[in-house]
Write a protein that binds this ligand. Sequence first.
Ligand code: NAD
Length: 436
Amino acid sequence: MESKAPEGKLGVLIPGLGAVSTTFIAGVDAIINGHSAPIGSLTQMGTIRLGKRTENRSPKIKDFAPLADLQDLVFGAWDIFEDNGYQAAAKAQVLTPPDLERARKTLESVKPMKAVFNQDYVKKLDGPHKKVADNKMQLAEMLMDDIKSFKATNNTAREVMIWCASTEIYIEPSDVHSSLTKFEAGLLANDAEIAPSMIYAYASLKSGVPFMMGAPNLTVDIPAIQELAKQTGMPIGGKDFKTGQTLMKTILAPGLKSRMLGVEGWFSTNILGNRDGEVLDDPMSFKSKEVSKKGALDYILQPDTYPDLYKDLYHKVRINYYPPRGDAKEGWDNIDIFGWMGYKMQIKVDFLCRDSILAAPIVLDLVLFADLAHRHNMKGIQEWLSFYFKAPMVAEELYPEHDIFIQLTKLKNTLRWMMGEELITHLGQEYYDSYE
Ligand SMILES: NC(=O)c1ccc[n+]([C@@H]2O[C@H](COP(=O)([O-])OP(=O)(O)OC[C@H]3O[C@@H](n4cnc5c(N)ncnc54)[C@H](O)[C@@H]3O)[C@@H](O)[C@H]2O)c1
């Protein structure tokens, strides 16, 4: 099947004009204007091997798959604060003043639309720039109107929505989430179990716009939204951008397991002082993050398959709000491992990372790949994008794949499959046939 070519402009619609989204927009501007290379972006810098190793065919992914050009991206956002992208970026304090000034025009042009917000879902935050309506269905319709006017004003050919707004409190799926009919009735009845992020996702899919979930919110993990994605033919993806500590975990854990080294304990703690950190200081928002962060190790290490190595693994994750650090998070990991004859060893990781710098290229790649999937008529859960998420979505009967190397192989094979190229198994036996 051929993907439709990416003609015209691609609208990037972002709930949440905060640290991640403004860093993403400023970075795209810097790349277009030649001030920076697209570091951290697989779509822009990564290559993909095609055919046999002897063929020397390894184009850049962006030259292989028909991805939208960065020049064609146009940005729109919603936020509970009226600050434009420049003001929001200045407050987020991720970028240096010269980088901020260089991207000023582009950032200033992003003026947030009024948000759909409910403080019950983000306890530590409130702001004045919000939509008011009698029920949640009306709020969804207002968002759909926003999307329509964004399309008309910017003359976009296609759009992708990507959630870069705050983490909502932890909720479990309930009856109102169980089918689209019940969900729509719930929107009309103002059901308290419908989170703001679900209203955005609903409006997005109804408008023919793929939806990606960057926070650990339940949003797309419910049957109602998955049903809508299938019905409207829209790709969905989630959840929670895989940056920082979880990225390190999914790099290290597969390596330890591949050598059959045991892990007795993995203690992870973070300090961070940005607004995200403040929101996560609320125990209910932290619970969403904790659940999305904790799954990775269990799935990678498979304690049921390797009880001698991982059955007693004690895994603890902490996040502490510490304002002096701003966006420059510090994540510590203490890993207690054991080897031959049970002898104990320790690994210490101290990752002085920058959250938004790690998240921005993920936003870019997800936008471009979600748009590609849409043009390729791929609807519903996009498991091949697991590479980018802390808690990847999968079909109900499957367990999620967290191993970053398997995720990358899956992603590249999906691209090869889309483009009609042979899949790569890494068997390589054919190179040695001449020995026989
Ligand atoms: N930076 C990372 O490494 C990383 C990794 C994974 C996930 N995330 C998630 O990405 C999201 C954004 O992170 P950030 O550092 O930019 O946070 P941030 O606090 O700087 O920005 C979030 C913005 O969303 C706005 N907002 C909150 N609720 C909203 C709503 N309902 N509608 C519209 N706007 C709303 C806030 O006012 C704020 O401006 C968070 O949920 C975070 O957990 C970030």
